[in-house]
Ligand binder design. Sequence first.
Ligand code: ADP
Length: 493
Amino acid sequence: MAIDAGTTSARCILFDRQGTMCAVTQQELHVRYPQDGWVEQDAMEIWTVQLAVCRQVLQKLGIQPEQVAAIGITNQRETTIIWDRHTGKPIAPAIVWQCRRTAAQADALRERGLAEVIQQKTGLIVDAYFSATKIQWILDHVPQARQRAEQGDLLFGTVDSWLVWNLTGGKRHVTDVSNAARTMLFDIHKRQWDEELLQELEIPACMLPEIVPSSGIVGETTSEWFGRPIPLAGIAGDQQAALFGQTCFQPGDAKNTYGTGCFMLMNTGTKPVKSENGLLTTIAWEVDGEVNYALEGSVFVAGAAIQWLRDEMGLLEHASDSEAIARSVSDTAGVYLVPAFTGLGAPYWDPYARGALVGLTRGAGRAHVVRAALESLAYQTADVLQVMEQDAGLPLQSLKVDGGACANDFLMEFQADVVHVPVERPACVETTALGAAYLAGLAVGYWTDREEIRQNCQPERIFQPEMPEEVRQRLLDGWHRAVQCSLGWAAGV
Ligand code: ADP
């Protein structure tokens, strides 16, 4: 049983030994935006809705809890919950990963000259995105919170910790290494909470969860929830779980998830690789006592550019219409769309970049613009991949893909062309949940080893690069010139 605790929905999926989905249940979660840039959720709702969908999935298949070999959890990362260990009640709304309310605290850490030590220890670039400043915020704003935390009355957890704590009836307060690596408080080399960072942020160590491997039995559910205990045996953050679910077990294996944005991770093996290009270094997982690290890069606007075509520009009725429209022309006629709506991330790191539509001629039409938008997902991915290969010193053999927009065959063909490696789309695109299931199943011997899992993983389709090198170079040059047009725009220079 995979618990997929996402941001907008709670899902539960049952997988069988072949890694085939047997049943899925899903329920939406509320997300609140109480002020500009603030994003919150009700932690109690996260728990109760998640429990409900888990119960429903058993009912749906009419199976008994003892037939479930183990539960694996994968979750939205960084989201911060603090609760009272005696009552089990959260003391504040969950601060969601997207929330920018602690941007000034992150700036303050940088001003205090901590950016380098933070990157060296945690692999992360100082940002409000990670849990550390969110914990600090709750301790600073909820009356008596810091004092209660110091007395040992409060517990912190990301969504995985919160769910495990509730599922085990408050017996286990844990998080796995992949989630811990996203808090900005965790030394990814020593694999422990970092005393110095905790002191700098005035976060009492006693409120932090115990660190556990990503695959391993951490406890069992209390009988109250499913009628019988079920072992909890796997935990990983969503992107790392997807990397595992895509069987990216070897150094150099990478996956890209095409959702609202793109999340790309590359396995770099048992040694962390420091990025020179603004990528994050993170723990992929710990399995059988061995830690694998990953480089992570994201593209802020990917599928969201297709939504923009649909909702703001009115050029599409459905996102999926983009494929046929793009194919109705043989190229973009020199048009490029740089969807830098919120600035650009790796490798440009320009918060002042803004969207640009360039290369227009009198003949440019709707299909060219739609095609340019789809191509922009592939170009942005190619840019991140290039620096990733450079940082890792590992050439990419193939790119595994998942996420909503990977259903677009035109996009996948074009992606293979511009990165010049085969693009593999798996038969089961629920890679995040599958990764959690694999981590849990390995721990209880449901699957023997990773080799057995790899046998399960059949690509549904492999897209081979076909574009002549000279065309590829020309297109990429055009893209990079288009990016130049978008840089610094909002800064007024
Ligand atoms: P998220 O998990 O970020 O909400 P999903 O993985 O559900 O995202 O993917 C949805 C995104 O993919 C949307 O931004 C949508 O515009 C885009 N998308 C979905 N289907 C297609 C398609 N066939 N072609 C292009 N983009 C698509």
